[in-house]
Design a protein around this ligand. Sequence first.
Ligand code: GAP
Length: 435
Amino acid sequence: MEKVISLCKRRGLIFQSSEIYGGLSNTWDYGPFGVELKNNLKRAWWKSSVYERYDCFGMDSAILMHPKVWEASGHVKNFFDLKSDCLSCRKRFKTENLGDKTKCPECSGKLTESRPFNLMFKTHQGPVEDTENELFLRPETAQGMFVNFANILDSRHPKLPFGLAQIGKSFRNEITPGNFTFRTREFEQMEIEYFVNPSAAQEAYEEWVKTRYQWYIGLGISKDNLRLRVHGKEELAHYALACTDIEYKFPFGWSELEGIANRSDFDLKQHGEHSGKDLRYFDDAAKERFYPYIIEPSAGADRALLAFLVDAYCEEKVKDGTRTVLKLNKELAPVKAAVFPLLKNRPEIVELAKKIAKELKRSIVATYDDTGAIGKLYRRQDEVGTLYCVTVDVQSLEDKQVTVRDRDTMQQERVSLDRLKEYIIDKLGDNTLSI
Ligand code: GAP
């Protein structure tokens, strides 16, 4: 983990939030390469969850919602962790992490009794800060899709089964955040709410577990580092009939990347009852009205990104030492091509290299760099997973060819300028959505 965290800072993938003020703990900012990687990841999810399916629609609901949503959803009553506070050092601990300890694990101080602590962040709407204007920052994106169920039926007229997909920020006042971006208080979720006839729920649940597992493998996660874990009855959330986690073998142990739950008809029933609106689905063929079940694949964008980073991190022996490479899949790699002038004191070479970069940028994510010697530039690009490095040299001015180096094989090839773009796009293959 330390190596990955240090690479993230060194190469502008992820920075600590508000670092110049000493940092806000457990909050992270994505830098120039990090945001490209995250966008690629979210785009890959959107592509497979919306564009490549005929039965799922995208949406983007607001973070702030009517406070009754959280009563209906059960979050006001059930969304809490048990915590104990140290009376001496004032540190707060999750009761489940304390085991049989009766004293503070940090300073041996006296601990308070274990008390429930609601994980939702509170805020106020408008200028008056009283309880009537109290709102919550959403702790999951899911509810924004449930409360729009009737709008979708009325505007898109879908037949069951169909799904809604959205990506967005969620907030939880976690007692014990940590492990870099793994558990934070502000994070991004990628959630699908798939509405099905209750009789088809089990089959859809099993299908989604397979589909989502395959998504990670398809984007390059090693099979050895991914596993499924079925929840025991005692650990199921208050709304779930069944749940399977997709877990990744992080350096700190096997941990959840995504949960796929069968949420039964809990959500639509609750929102139907609390809002007074009929949220049942009318089945034309059977001439009956019922609450669909919901199958929910719920993933974290930041967690997935961390897993892809850890999985892609690699140190290789090369003839002049060791190189660090992020062997990210072509679709995820933040930068597809980097262009360098071999000699930066030759204006014609610099000019040509900049012209090539500008031309490539019209079609793919490309970058120009002349801030070091060529070996150093290669190493830097390897560290962020750039797929192809294009070098312009003296010879290029005459033969109109450049050297293209492949990230993984480090093989170099002379490619003529007039087919450079086609050459790279060809190598990228089917990954055109995120180039
Ligand atoms: N709507 C269901 C739901 O929110 P969850 O298991 O609480 O279920 C789903 O969250 C996913 O969201 C998790 O598998 C994880 O990837 C991500 N997630 C949850 N809490 C997180 C946190 N504090 N930091 C980063 N990611 C988190």
